[in-house]
Design a protein around this ligand. Structure first.
Ligand code: IPM
Ligand code: MN
Length: 361
């Protein structure tokens, strides 16, 4: 029987509450589908930082390396200056564990209110593969003459061919396995590169050359599209049904996936995976720590449950992952009044119980 060691970082605000519901569903899926999960809790987050000054210590990174996967609730504390926890915990884990892919499905589930006119679940069903280690996120840059009227700030976008190639390879493989044709939803699998070749003529020139070279050579059956990032935003709103798998750099990926998340019903449902295909991956609901809802049992746990579902897919537990997705669709389609905190018609734990019961069924 397969057995997985899972690290759980509940984190801040409502993070621990939603992580607990995701854990409930993981445990139920394990019993139902014949694998086991051993869970270990870690207390990284704002409270620990204020108590000890520690974000994610180096020793913790070494500990986390030994797990099969990590489930993260949320990071962000109202009493800690923005940037400290994000950089010290979230970005540190992504970088140190070399989670070079940020996989963000944009999927509208039945019954979920969509801000786009006349669009339904058939139309909004694609995935963004965001490169997760390079771009403006590497910290390359600095100030000169800081604090003077002559001050200059530079923050460089950085990409190596190695980083680009490994992200593209993941995206092509993903399109082959889970693209629209592979899922019986179209006549081809399509990978679209989202870039800005008209202005970022170095970075996205590199991406574009690498994209077509790899596509022609190793994935000739996968259709290739290219969109500038600004146009991508436009089409994500006007014609989201055009998209299948999108691959892009870290910064554009950050931005377009928030747009994508709102088209699929928002932070109550959007999940993502920080993936190292050769190492330890970390799965998280995209929403924040929602401090004002903490401890009230009103926050929507479905995004965290979807993060657990992505974890199982990445670990190779396809059946369990598919079942959870089906159940989430049933819950959004037939049970919840809304995805918004306090408006679901159920409490956080009730939604978790409901999903778990239906997964066990
Ligand atoms: C995200 C977040 C992070 C990012 C922040 C919190 C550092 O916006 O996961 O998309 O920019 O990657
Ligand atoms: Mn973001």
């Amino acid at each position: 029987m397969a057995s997985y060691n899972i690290a759980v970082i509940g984190g801040d605000g409502t993070g621990p509450e939603v992580a607990a519901e995701a854990v409930k569903v993981l445990k139920t899926a394990a019993t139902k589908f014949g694998f086991s999960v051993n869970l270990t809790d870690f207390d990284f987050g704002g409270e620990r930082y204020m108590r000890t000054g520690e974000t994610l210590p180096d020793t913790a990174v070494e500990d986390l390396r030994k797990f099969d996967a990590i489930l993260l609730g949320a990071i962000g504390h109202p009493d800690v200056k923005p940037g400290i926890l994000e950089k010290g915990i979230l970005l540190k884990a992504r970088f140190e564990l070399d989670q070079y892919i940020n996989l963000r499905p944009v999927k509208l589930f039945p019954g979920v209110e969509c801000p786009l006119k006349n669009k339904g679940p058939e139309d909004i069903d694609y995935v963004v593969v965001r490169e997760n280690t390079g771009d403006a996120y590497t910290g390359a840059g600095g100030f000169t003459m800081k604090g003077t009227s002559q001050e200059v700030a530079v923050q460089s976008a950085v990409y190596s061919r190695f980083q680009v190639d490994r992200a593209l390879k993941y995206a092509f493989e993903y399109a082959r396995k889970y693209g629209k044709k592979a899922r019986g939803k179209g006549d081809k699998n399509t990978l679209a590169l989202c870039g800005k070749t008209n202005v970022l003529t170095f970075i996205y020139d590199l991406w574009e050359r690498a994209f077509h070279e790899m596509g022609k050579k190793d994935y000739p059956e996968i259709a290739r599209d290219y969109y500038h990032v600004d146009a991508t935003c436009m089409w994500m709103v006007k014609n989201p049904e055009w998209f299948d798998v999108i691959v892009t750099g870290n910064m554009f990926g950050d931005i377009i996936t928030d747009l994508g998340a709102i088209t699929q019903g928002g932070m109550g449902i959007a999940a993502g995976g920080n993936i190292n295909p050769e190492g330890v991956s970390m799965f998280e609901p995209i929403g924040g720590s929602a401090p004002k809802y903490t401890g009230k049992n009103v926050i929507n746990p479905l995004a965290a449950i979807c993060a657990a579902q992505m974890m199982l897919q990445t670990l190779g537990e396809e059946k369990a992952s598919q079942k959870i997705e089906e159940v989430v669709k049933t819950v959004t389609g037939t049970k919840l009044k809304s995805l918004a905190a306090g408006k679901m018609g159920y409490g956080t734990t009730e939604v978790g119980d409901m999903v778990a019961e239906m997964v066990a069924d």
